[in-house]
Design a protein around this ligand. Structure first.
Ligand code: ZN
Length: 269
């Protein structure tokens, strides 16, 4: 078993890889499995960074702000109303006390009588003004409570939208993680079927060549660099069981066979 003559003689000049028999498709399977792993991992990242979630959360925050503001406005009106009602009550008590004095028969001078009457009049006028104000506030509160209810309903809707998106994401991530776990097991098992020196070479090439160490040659084309292999090199690629080297991109290369399509299908690539 040769690590392609081209690889040994031309490119790396006589690196001796093991002659031990192994199914060269394992190298492709390792590569494809690793590709699938990184695809799934970026899908998980994508799912977690869902733009849909970001905009739904933004909308929820906005509505929540509106809701809080309307609620605060309502509470402020309610406080104002309570204060006014307390004042009215206090003044009513004063009026009652004055009236009591007025009709008790103890007030004898007309000046004093007039003073009491005036004070009662002023207090009643003040109260009537405050009662009008209270009415206005209550009308305003009625309008405000409608707004509060409206924003609350909107917030509830926005909240359930966010949690729906979140649960969809979690479900998707869960599925992807399960797939990923299966892929990692597959990678471990295929790794065990590849001789150490090929794994070493695989690792070196992967680091040097953008994460892709293995290419498949089909109809004299390399599926990674996408170039046509020169005739002289192509003529040497005759053994299905040998690992060759793409003379153009330098990656390990094996010839295409249906088995590879089947692996791709299994990995859903
Ligand atoms: Zn190539």
């Amino acid at each position: 078993m040769a690590y392609l003559r081209a690889e040994r003689d031309v490119i790396h000049g006589g690196i001796g890889l093991s002659e031990k028999k192994f199914n060269v498709v394992n190298l492709v399977e390792l590569q494809l499995t690793e590709n699938a792993i990184s695809t799934r991992m970026s899908e998980i990242e994508q799912a977690k960074n869902s733009g849909e979630l970001v905009s739904a959360e933004k909308e929820l925050n906005m509505i929540d702000e509106n809701f809080k503001r309307a609620n605060e406005d309502y509470s402020a009106l309610e406080n104002k109303r309570k204060k006014l009602e307390d004042m009215v009550e206090l003044q009513n008590e004063k009026i009652k006390a004055n009236e009591k004095k007025l009709f008790s028969g103890t007030v004898t001078s007309s000046k004093e009588l007039e003073n009491y009457q005036n004070e009662i009049k002023i207090l009643k006028q003040k109260n009537s003004g405050m009662e009008d104000e209270i009415l206005e506030i209550m009308i305003e509160m009625d309008e405000k409570i409608d707004k509060v209810k409206q924003f609350k309903a909107e917030r509830d809707r926005a909240e359930s939208k966010v949690s729906l998106i979140k649960s969809e994401i979690n479900e998707r991530v869960e599925v992807l993680k399960n797939i990923l776990e299966g892929l990692k097991k597959r990678k471990d098992s295929v790794t065990l079927r590849i001789p150490q020196d090929y794994l070493k070479k695989y690792g070196e090439l992967k680091n040097k060549k953008g994460g892709i160490a293995v290419a498949v040659i089909r109809d004299n084309f390399c599926n990674v660099c996408n170039m046509e292999i020169p005739v002289s090199a192509a003529e040497e690629i005759v053994d299905m069981d040998s690992v060759y080297s793409c003379p153009l991109c330098g990656r390990m290369a094996i010839t295409h066979r249906k088995e590879i399509d089947d692996i791709e299908k299994e990995l859903e690539l």
